[in-house]
Design a protein around this ligand. Structure first.
Ligand SMILES: O=C(O)CCC(=O)C(=O)O
Ligand SMILES: [Fe+2]
Length: 237
């Protein structure tokens, strides 16, 4: 809910999720920058601007690529990783929703690795004097970004374990839908293959290897093997 004249500062959505936003009433102006274009807007410390409509940006060539006016009743889809700034042109009520799926999961994992790297740079001067420095980097990353590497693994595991029984029921050549989940078999196979790709990168990540995974069930390598075995029983997409 935003009165006329209020605005949301320049940002990309949480964990590089997708979002949709519907105006119940009122109007919004959206300024969009495709992924990568925000790099040109960074200051000398690497920080991103709060307000891309500030005079220094308007006078430069760093204009938004897309300007959208959203009327009452209209929906805007925000693609993963697109930075945007949003202005309420009138008193506005809107509803929005964010999500991660097999299509943007790799973006989320890339984002978390970048976030950890940024934390590590920020606290690098204590690296040699703190025995649990890597653990503290995970703690700081969680407080800045919402999750750490352990929780990201848990997220992959929960989704993978819901998809695995569906793929196992299908078998080669079958195109049946699962009665209970509402999820089509191709959808389940697609998700499993995207989770397997990301998990293969997670398990070899040196910072993930420093996380204490001894109590994880299943062990990350075992889950990856289960996913790869399940995929081997299905037809390629
Ligand atoms: O409506 C707003 O002020 C911000 C909405 C937004 O950033 C989004 O839906 O991703
Ligand atoms: Fe947003």
């Amino acid at each position: 809910m935003g009165p006329a004249g209020t605005w949301s500062p320049f940002h990309a959505d949480i964990l590089r999720s997708y979002s949709w936003s519907v105006n119940i009433c009122g109007r919004k102006k959206w300024l969009f920058f495709p992924p990568g274009q925000e790099e040109a807007l960074r200051d000398s410390h690497g920080g991103l601007p709060y307000d891309v409509t500030a005079p220094e940006f308007l006078e430069s060539h760093l204009h938004p690529v897309l300007e959208v006016t959203q009327e009452a009743g209209e929906m805007v889809f925000v693609p993963s990783g697109w930075h945007h700034q949003v202005h309420n042109l009138e008193d506005t009520i809107s509803i929005n929703h964010n999500w991660i799926n097999g299509c943007n999961l790799a973006n989320t994992w890339r984002f978390l690795q970048q976030e950890l790297c940024a934390v590590q740079q920020e606290v690098s001067e204590w690296r040699d004097t703190m025995p649990d420095w890597h653990h503290h980097c995970q703690v700081i990353m969680k407080s800045c970004s919402g999750i750490n590497f352990e929780e990201f693994y848990h997220f992959l595991k929960v989704i993978a374990e819901r998809r695995l029984p569906l793929v196992k029921k299908i078998g080669p050549g079958e195109v049946r839908c699962s009665e209970d989940s509402g999820l089509g078999p191709q959808h389940a196979i697609f998700d499993i293959s995207r989770i397997a790709e990301v998990l293969a990168s997670v398990v070899v990540n040196p910072d993930f290897q420093r996380v204490d995974t001894s109590k994880f069930l299943p062990q990350p390598e075992d889950l990856l093997q289960q996913l790869q075995e399940a995929l081997a029983t299905t037809d390629p997409l």
